[in-house]
Design a binder for this molecule. Structure first.
Ligand code: UDP
Ligand code: MG
Length: 312
């Protein structure tokens, strides 16, 4: 009997969890040949998420929970879940039913019958999302795919079904700045992509503000590309060449026409421009340095306050 572990990060999901439980139960009833465990990761929720989880865990042996000491973010929650999962097959899902559980039997079939290592999902549209968010999301994927060797699929979700081998490979990547979509792409393996239309959140509110997404996007770029550093070198080089030419022009002009004292406004503009570019480039270097700093410190990715799984 093969065991399937379902990992569910949950941050302030008291409203969504009962719906999720109902739907996921249907799946394990349908796939009665398999053993199941559902690991909820309470990512420092401020509402009743944890007490609801404890209640379910008391009633149902399949329900496990891990509770963080504070909010560490979805990426940390996914990592913790993967670490604690004991199944032969592992899947990651959102608590808000935006990842349809009905797809699980199909995903399972691809792996068992068609020998894929991993089944990943993407949304074919972004219906129901604010247009400005979709616009920037598209631009982000275009940009990062130009900048990074690791391919990022537009509309890819974290909803994935994978074998133990894939999960073990992911767990070997112990970096602190985690961008799962990139990590899954980095490790390779045969991946089957399936698509479905965007689903509405069943209850509760999204945890991602525009600002959070922007920071997340910058993190993804610095985690998977060093192209911004190259760009800053190029900008520096171009400006060196321009200023060298300008010096020659000014020397020649002074020789030929004498030296009238004029042009200090343009000088001020140039100083502003150059110092702006310098700050920009130092900022880029700073981004990478700060990431390196965090990696070097080797802080834990998450801290568990309590769980019902025990030591691994
Ligand atoms: N989530 C989390 N920690 C966070 C933010 C979100 O564990 O800091 C979880 C959240 O509970 C949900 C999933 O990540 O299960 C996706 O979040 P959400 O639905 O808010 O994002 P969206 O679908 O709007 O992108
Ligand atoms: Mg959601």
């Amino acid at each position: 009997m093969k065991k399937i572990s379902i990992i569910v990060p949950a941050y302030n999901e008291e409203e969504a969890i009962p719906y999720f439980y109902k739907e996921i139960k249907k799946i394990w009833e349908k796939m009665a040949k398999n053993d199941f465990e559902v690991i909820f990761i309470n990512d420092g929720s401020k509402d009743q998420t944890l007490s609801i989880l404890k209640e379910y865990a008391k009633k149902d042996k399949k329900i496990k929970y891990i509770s963080f000491s504070k909010n560490f973010g979805k990426e940390a929650a996914i990592y913790a879940g993967l670490k604690k999962a004991s199944g032969d097959f592992i899947t990651i899902m959102d608590a808000d039913l935006q990842d349809p559980p009905e797809l699980i039997p199909e995903m399972y079939r691809y792996i068992v019958e068609e020998n894929y290592d991993m089944v990943a999902t993407r949304r074919v549209n972004r219906k129901g999302e604010p247009p400005i968010r979709s616009f920037f999301a598209r631009k982000f994927y275009k940009l990062i795919n130009k900048m990074s060797k690791v391919e990022m699929v537009d509309g890819a979700r974290d909803f994935r079904f994978m074998t133990r081998q894939v999960v073990d490979s992911i767990l070997e990547l112990e970096e602190y700045n985690r961008y799962s979509k990139g990590l899954f792409s980095f490790i390779g393996f045969e991946t089957k992509w399936i698509s479905y239309p965007n689903q509405k959140r069943v209850a509760g509110k999204t945890k991602w503000s525009f600002w959070n997404l922007l920071i997340y996007a910058c993190e993804a770029i610095t985690a998977f590309s060093t192209v911004p550093l190259v760009i800053s070198v190029l900008i520096g080089l171009i400006f060196c060449i321009i200023s060298f030419l300008m010096i020659i022009i000014i020397i020649l002009k002074t020789w030929i026409y004498g030296d009238p004292v004029s042009g200090w406004p343009s000088l001020v503009c140039i100083i502003f421009l150059i110092s702006g570019i310098q700050l920009f480039c130092i900022g880029i270097i700073g981004q990478y340095l700060s990431k390196t700093y965090l990696e070097v410190k080797k802080r834990p990715i998450y801290i568990i306050k309590e769980d019902n799984i025990g030591k691994d």
